[in-house]
Design a binder for this molecule. Sequence first.
Ligand code: GDP
Ligand code: IMO
Ligand code: MG
Length: 430
Amino acid sequence: MTVTIVVGAQWGDEGKGKVIDYYAKNADYIVRFQGGNNAGHTIQVGDDVFKFHILPSGIIRPDKTVIIGNGVVIDPKVLLDELSELKSRGVPIAKVLISDRANVIMPYHKLQDSAEENAEGDAKIGTTGRGIGPTYTDKTNRHGIRIGDLIDDELLMGKLENIVPAKERLLRSLGKNAEFSVRDIFEEYRGFGRELHDHIMDSSVVLNQAIMANADILFEGAQGAQLDVDYGTYPYVTSSNTIAGNACVGSGIGPTHIDEVIGVVKAYTTRVGKGPFPTEQDNETGELIRKKGNEFGTTTGRPRRCGWLDMVILRTACRLNGLTGLAITRLDVLGGVSKLLACHSYMYNSDKLVNFPGNLRILEMCKPQYHELPGWDELQKEEWREIAKKGYDALPENLKKYLEYIENDCKTPVKIISIGPGREDTIMQN
Ligand code: GDP
Ligand code: IMO
Ligand code: MG
């Protein structure tokens, strides 16, 4: 039995979906524990590309069970749409369980998300607009509607009667004249509850029973450590804890069960949305990486900001998550870039910082200090695939040096090397 957590080490979009899909082969349960449909996780199997926003990435492995844990915020319509899309594509899917305690993204949350962003003017976060922040806010201020409420008419109606007028007042104060019909929301969301009824349960009980039965469990993080609400570039973060510690809270298991924590690292750095990004290359280099890597957001299609690898961020991710291994993705994309830079520290006035500062004003004044590494050749897709078949020794020598540099600096072994988007484009290290 192994319980493994997979998390993003940077600002999201590191390739978690691909890594989860790879590990999912040997897992019995794949569990999302935080975030919502702000996530966009891509899996490529042969010519088929799947993009999941709310369903765990193990969904396309029919002999598995996927769980959407209590720490996730769920837009039931998005969830049902994702399920029906898979059905219409004729894809056999895993068994789906949903925690009765997961909070629901309601129509007013989505409006609130955009109204609050607009009210911020230049200080906006650049959220995905999916209602994530307002839903988590309502969860902690105890005005949330939970998935289990959707199958209890009396509870649902009682909550809506209280919340909806207050939301209308709030939205009016933000300049949005929204009028909701409590009855219409009730009917629509009760309908979602009916459709999801058989999937809703106390998933913590199921998961703990599975652990007792020696099942293999895989936790799928969304976003990345720099988007964590406590440890990321606050306030330019998402509204949940994205780091591994939250896997326990967001699913209802104890920390004593965790065996492995894998951090997914993109071979360079990207960020969607606003906020500081010390190694950003807002220049030809960044443009080159965006073009070579087709760096556009999976959820919103926005161009991703691109920059060099940042070891300060990776070391921080190792520390915050207690990483036992790294999965390095998109190494193929850097092929053909002759000179690679990796930031080893920041200079703040005359101080050398090796840990990511919490104060954004300090961060803004930090100057990244770079180590230069030699690049490797650009190769065709098929050539990378051949290398993957042969294994580690067949990798370009300078690519191996890049991996060794990361491994030595992070004091954490590289366990997965990803050199293409497909399942086969992967080298596993023991
Ligand atoms: P996630 O949010 O961390 O799951 O990542 P996304 O799916 O949003 O973005 C990662 C993108 O990189 C997807 O399009 C993947 O198919 C792709 N990808 C993953 N690993 C590799 C890799 O090693 N090489 C290349 N070229 N693409 C990759
Ligand atoms: P995956 O799981 C990249 C970013 C948004 C914005 C900030 C807050 O695919 O890696 P939110 O809608 O969460 O309130 O937006 O967080 N963001 C992501 N960036 N990948 C993600 O998920 C993200 N989820 C949220 O762009 O800057
Ligand atoms: Mg993504």
